[in-house]
Every structure is written in C-alpha cells, then in structure tokens.
Design a protein around this ligand. Structure first.
Ligand SMILES: Nc1ncnc2c1ncn2[C@@H]1O[C@H](COP(=O)(O)OP(=O)(O)O)[C@@H](O)[C@H]1O
Ligand SMILES: [Mg+2]
Length: 253
C-alpha cells in the first residue's frame, strides 16, 4: 500500500508550490513512481510541475454521461481510456487533474465508477501527492484515495492559523482516513515574531512540522512564468521544505 500525502489550506498559502516541491523531493530520493493529483478545480499544479494538461477527470465524467452510450463500448472500458488520456507522464511521476466539480444532475453512478478506477490506478504508485482546494468537501464525492498524511499550509497570521485549525476539524469530520496531521507555516519573514506564532500554534492544538521563509527566488520564477519545480537547490524555501518532508516521511513509513 502506497503512502498518500495531501495538502490543504486557504487559497494562496502555498499548497500547490509545496505539493510540487514534495513531488520533486520524492523523485530525487528515488521514491518513484509518484502520482501527483491536482484536486483543485482551478488546476495549476501542472504549471508548477511544468506540464501541459490535455484533459481532466471531470471531462471524462461528463463524456461518460453524454458520449459513452453511443460509442458502443462499456462504461468500464470508456472510463479506463479516459483516465489514461488524462494522465500526463513526467520524469519519475505522473500527473492527473480532477477538474471541475459536477454541474446539476445526478453523477452518483459516474462518480462511483471514476472513484473505483482511481483507487485502482493509485495502487500502481508507492507515493501519491494530492493538491486539494481550499474547501475539501468535494473530495468526499470523488476521491482518489484515503489520505494518510494531511499537511495544512497557513500563512503566519493569527487568522490564518485559526483557519488551518478549522480545516483540520473539517478533514476530521469528513473521514478521509488521515493518520497524521501537520501544519506548515509558509512565507514567514525574518522580521516576524516567531514566539507569538508558536504560541498561536499551541493554542490551536496544531502539530507544527516547520516554518518556510518568504523566498524572493520564488517571486522571480513566478514573474518569469518558469515552473517552480526547476527552482535551484539553494532556494531557501526549497531547502526548508525538504527538511520538513524528510521529517514527515521518516515518521510515517
Ligand atoms: N515561500 C514562498 N515565498 C515566496 N512566494 C511564495 C512562497 N510560497 C508560495 N509563494 C507564492 O505564493 C503564491 C501562492 O502560492 P500557491 O502555491 O499557488 O498557493 P495555493 O495553492 O495555496 O493557492 C504563488 O504566487 C507562489 O509562487
Ligand atoms: Mg493551489
């Protein structure tokens, strides 16, 4: 059974960036193949990873309703074909994007079938990394896999930490099967009061995995539209992220 690590947190906290860094970390450490799952309807993990998306699983779901019956193939064969179409191959990892949540109408059958195939697909990968969107409710409808580890990403504000705490509560109530919860505080500036930050973390009963500094190199990459997965090894954010990932992986394998 592979290890599935999910990222959650408010928009703009750095989930996608860190999910991309984790994919790179796993590949560099030979923990391959990795399956990267973009579960944010506003898919952009592919940009961080420097890849093009051809299609998403929500398109597969739509087409299953509209096209499959007229193609003369079973829904099973159709969905398998569509999942393969949506799967993009990288070096040491594959990427699949969930796409948008369903529109009105009944998708229960389509979701059940898609979930079944996704669960079968994830069995081929020792590591699965999921970039979730801020609200995680939709995952309970279309789920790739139970998440073993959930990393909640927050900024350094008091409200941010409180929001992270609510996300942990939400994830607990949705029964994703998470065994370990961690908090990463991202984009912290040197000038910030770390003691006050740690106090807030403690108050909210969160399990702090580490703090990642604001990194000007990330801005530079952003501005040039370069994929963040190519950031140089001496990026301060990447270095801290790697330390944190090492710690998390050592305690969950
Ligand atoms: N440590 C960091 N230092 C500087 N910029 C960062 C850092 N982490 C993330 N960013 C930037 O912040 C923005 C939001 O990050 P992103 O990963 O897209 O967040 P999310 O997926 O949570 O919405 C992006 O422009 C990203 O490049
Ligand atoms: Mg994102």
């Amino acid at each position: 059974m592979g290890l599935c690590i999910g990222f959650a947190g408010k928009g703009g906290t750095g989930k996608t960036t860190l999910a991309g860094f984790l994919v790179r970390y796993l590949v560099e450490n030979g923990k391959t193949p990795v399956l990267a799952v973009d579960a944010d309807s506003n898919a952009n993990l592919n940009e961080v990873l420097g890849m093009e998306l051809e299609s998403t699983l929500s398109e597969a779901r739509e087409e299953m309703k509209t096209k499959a019956p007229s193609l003369g193939m079973t829904k099973d064969i159709f969905i398998e074909m569509k999942i393969n179409e949506a799967l993009v191959e990288g070096k040491g990892f594959d990427l699949v994007a969930m796409g948008r949540p369903e529109g009105p109408g009944c998708y229960c059958a389509a979701n059940a079938l898609l979930t079944e195939f996704l669960q079968r697909l994830t069995k081929n990968y020792p590591y699965v990394v999921i970039d979730n969107e801020a609200g995680m409710e939709h995952i309970s409808r279309l789920r790739a896999k139970d998440m073993d580890v959930l990393i909640v990403v927050s900024d350094s504000s008091t409200r941010g930490i409180q929001a992270a705490s609510r996300i942990v509560d939400l994830a607990k109530s949705l029964n994703f099967g998470v065994k370990e919860y961690y908090l990463i505080i991202n984009r912290v500036r040197d000038t910030e009061n770390k003691d006050a930050l740690l106090e807030e973390v403690k108050k909210n009963n969160l399990n702090l995995a580490g703090i990642i500094p604001e990194d000007p190199l990330i801005h530079e990459f952003d501005l040039k539209g370069r994929p963040l997965i190519e950031i140089p090894e001496d990026s301060v954010a990447l270095k801290e992220a790697y330390k944190i990932f090492e710690k998390i992986l050592n305690s969950s394998t």
